[in-house]
Design a protein around this ligand. Structure first.
Ligand code: KG4
Ligand code: ZN
Length: 342
């Protein structure tokens, strides 16, 4: 018999996503983004995001069904991001998923957004070898996790103690006047710059920090160092070399992320590193992780950039793993949980 057909709905931040998968195969990935409506505020405005989800959800759902050439009746289970994320944004997706589940009499699975960022890799590279170390780097999170069984929770190894990696990209882009979201713009700008031109700090890598925070990250000191460096140039009436600053900043982030991820793999005797979340789309991070991992015989799995940023396919991918593992569906009174732990 065919593997179950699972539909996933994502509305935790500013992307309205509906994905459809069968087993490990991606059949549709429809996306609508309200990112342009937030750009002039320099960050996602929760109320604006919620309204945009409300308008985009039904058409995005229809596009996904059309793309997969199926109808709602063909779907075996509906998965939806139930947390963590913006409360009002999550509620739109959860309410919609409940409506579809009730109307079409389908089981519903509330899934964790962060676990979904890890699960999406299975659509590209097949079943995840377990245990694996997962590094999740997005606008809201920067964590290292030990994944023993994706369908049954993960063990946090470390996380950021201040800003998330994506947040640092966004804030530095803003202070360089580059626009929002900053990650993709810095990624592009850095290609014209010299990553070795400015020695920015590597947070929590000094021996005394490693003792207490071996697998934790800190990016707020880096952001401040970039701000001070730029201010000094401006005060001296000198031009700011935006490409060099971008490249040097990006190098500092990627250096720390990859060093700690590889250290986690070596410490836990794990041979697979999977990277997910919006920052995993970063071209320098992908190259550096691969270069460093290969020296230790560690396999790096990073999904293609469109699957790294928020989307519905990742939710469907995790839903598909839950169905395959025989996990019981959620109840129809499933709440949205903006602070859901892993
Ligand atoms: O996972 P995601 O789409 O949403 C959250 O769950 O946060 O991640 C968005 C974050 C933003 O901070 C964005 O600037 C960053 O990912 N990002 C990147 C790149 N593409 C997106 N950061 C660095 N390089 C990129 N190419
Ligand atoms: Zn995300």
């Amino acid at each position: 018999p065919d593997e179950p057909l699972v539909l996933g709905i994502e509305t935790s931040c500013d992307e309205t996503g509906v994905g459809i998968v069968r087993g490990h195969t991606l059949l549709a990935d429809a996306l609508a983004s309200s990112v342009d409506q937030h750009a002039r505020f320099g960050g996602v405005v929760p109320e604006v995001a919620s309204r945009a989800h409300l308008e985009a959800l039904v058409p995005t759902m229809q596009r996904a069904l059309d793309e997969a050439k199926v109808t709602l009746a063909d779907i075996d289970a509906i998965a939806v991001t139930s947390g963590p994320g913006l409360a009002g944004a999550l509620l739109v997706g959860v309410a919609a998923a409940k409506g579809y589940a009730l109307a079409a009499d389908k089981p519903i699975y509330g899934v964790n957004h962060l676990a979904a960022h890890v699960a999406v890799d299975t659509l590209e590279h097949g079943p995840l070898p377990e245990p694996a170390v997962a590094m999740l780097v997005s606008g809201g999170h920067s964590s290292l996790l030990l994944v023993d069984d994706l369908t049954n929770g993960v063990e946090p190894l470390g996380a950021t103690i201040d800003d998330a990696a994506g947040e640092a990209f966004d804030k530095v882009a803003r202070l360089l006047g580059l626009g929002f979201p900053g990650g993709p713009i810095i990624d592009r700008t850095a290609r014209e710059g010299d990553a070795a031109s400015i020695a920015f700090p590597r947070g929590l890598t000094a021996p005394k920090d490693l003792a207490a925070h071996r697998f934790d990250f800190s990016f707020s000191g880096l952001k401040t160092a970039v701000a001070r460096w730029v201010e000094t140039r401006q005060r001296d009436g000198e031009p700011v070399p935006v490409a060099d600053v971008s490249a040097s900043f990006q190098e500092a982030v990627c250096d720390v992320l990859t060093a700690k991820a590889i250290d986690a793999c070596l410490t836990r005797g794990v041979r697979t590193l999977v990277i997910g979340g919006g920052v995993a789309a970063n071209s320098r991070l992908r190259v550096l992780a691969e270069q460093r991992a290969v020296k230790h015989g560690i396999e790096v799995r990073v999904p293609r950039p469109q699957l790294c940023t928020d989307n519905g396919a990742m939710v469907a991918a995790l839903g598909s793993r839950l169905v395959a593992a025989g996990v019981a569906p959620s109840r129809l009174d499933l709440p949205a949980d903006s602070a859901m732990p892993l």
